[in-house]
Design a protein around this ligand. Structure first.
Ligand code: NIG
Ligand code: FE
Length: 412
């Protein structure tokens, strides 16, 4: 057994194992221990407490973090970080006045990425994607969900999920895979929508689940993409094969996707830039985690998820990056947390809860990730010397991470 003892200025997000998510007013509380110790055994948290109560421990290694703050790694529950190439021309097109929807109508957008992905070899996409994975690890992400959805063909979707699984085998960061075949309709199915849905249901889902390549199923439920009725069909097919839904809803329009997700016991409903009072009401007393993606709002210049209204209604909220080539070419969770504070008026306590324990919940892993709890994975962020954790969102453009620990291993 390998042991590491850390001596810390403040240990954040200290929780009981019974806390799997936090909602409403409780989000404003971020339990912490000042002048703390943390003991890691192999890849898990073995003990922690106040330095005043430090038991006699003969640790293999001791780390001095006396001016520094330690918190659980970010849990980024929504990304599309496996993709080929870039879409910077669309970025410039939008600067020049085109909207995200107009670019998609011209055959750009998701279909542009799908063409690139299908033309690029698996090894090449793996190499491009691992750079992004390594980058987010250095930025403090210790668990991440990655979606398919740029294949839109049987082979392309399988290729993406194989890459996600390969990343998961080769890196210590926890990875969850989501099948998002229903991301857009390929051009050849523009006049045969049910034909593509049948391909998803009858071919893609069985193949993917047979090879255990995905944990969840996703659908882009939105005007111009998948209707509520189509979304329900696909969720139901996924559920039959053991894939829990986590869906894209209410990015541009509120068309009933939230209620459909709740009806199918979705683990999360994500985006939520456009929320009606009924949508907020529907989420109350459910097990579905609402997930906001503020970097997407920032990059596209669309509304931010109304976090204050949702928290005031007693809802939980998670924050994720949405890292993808079209709407959010950034996987920086530090920026996500800062933007949630600055633009969505979440307090630092709320934003950190949303990006750790609630993000873990939105990936179905809050029993092992997302808080400082005995028995959970030793996936941690160690900050540079800072005066308080408020500095994390306050100094929004600075990298305040000194080092990270993933599965008990320190990475500088
Ligand atoms: O979550 N909205 C749908 N999907 C992605 C964007 C995909 C793309 O533009 O490539 C999102 O924002
Ligand atoms: Fe997304």
């Amino acid at each position: 057994m390998k042991t590491l003892l850390i001596n810390i200025k403040e240990l954040l997000q200290v929780r009981d194992a019974s806390v799997l998510k936090v909602s409403g007013d409780a989000m404003a509380v971020l339990p912490s221990i000042k002048n703390a110790y943390l003991l890691i055994e192999n890849d898990w948290i073995a003990d922690f407490g106040s330095m005043n109560d430090l038991p006699k421990i003969n640790a293999d290694k001791i780390m001095d973090a006396t001016g520094k703050i330690v918190l659980p790694s970010w849990c980024d529950s929504h990304t599309h970080l496996v993709y080929a190439g870039h879409r910077e021309q669309e970025f410039v097109d939008r600067i020049n006045g085109l909207s995200y929807e107009e670019i998609a109508h011209r055959g750009g957008g998701i279909l542009n990425s799908a063409q690139l992905l299908n033309e690029t070899s698996e090894d090449e996409i793996y190499d491009q994607s691992k750079v992004r994975l390594e980058e987010i690890m250095r930025l403090g992400t210790g668990a991440v969900e990655i979606k398919s959805g740029y294949g839109l063909t049987v082979d392309g979707e399988l290729k993406m999920l194989l890459i996600i699984n390969r990343l998961s085998q080769n890196y210590p960061i926890t990875i969850k895979a989501t099948f998002l075949g229903a991301h857009a309709f390929p051009l050849e199915y523009a006049n045969n929508r049910q034909g593509y849905i049948d391909l998803i249901i009858n071919t893609m889902i069985p193949k993917i689940t047979q090879n255990q390549l995905a944990d969840f199923i996703d659908v882009f439920c939105e005007k111009g993409y998948f209707t509520v009725e189509e979304t329900e069909q696909i969720m139901e097919a996924g559920i039959k094969f053991g894939l829990k839904p986590k869906i894209h809803v209410n990015q541009f329009n509120s068309i009933g996707g939230i209620s459909a997700g709740i009806k199918h016991n979705a683990l999360s409903v994500d985006h939520l830039e456009v929320m009606t009072a009924e949508d907020i009401e529907a989420l109350k007393k459910t097990n579905t985690m609402p997930v906001a993606l503020p970097s997407c709002s920032y990059f596209l210049g669309i509304p931010y998820t109304p976090a204050r209204e949702m928290i005031a209604a007693g809802l939980p909220l998670a924050l994720a990056s949405d890292f993808n080539p079209g709407s959010t070419p950034s996987g920086n969770m530090n920026f996500v947390v800062a933007t949630a504070c600055i633009q969505m008026k979440m307090t630092p306590e709320e934003a950190i809860n949303a990006a750790t324990i609630n993000g873990a919940y939105a990936m179905g892993i809050s029993d092992t990730h997302g808080s400082i709890t005995i028995g959970k994975k030793a996936n941690l962020i160690i900050t540079k010397p800072i005066s308080s954790f408020y500095q994390l969102p306050y100094s929004f453009g600075s990298n305040l991470i000194d080092s990270i620990i993933i599965e008990g291993e320190v990475l500088a």
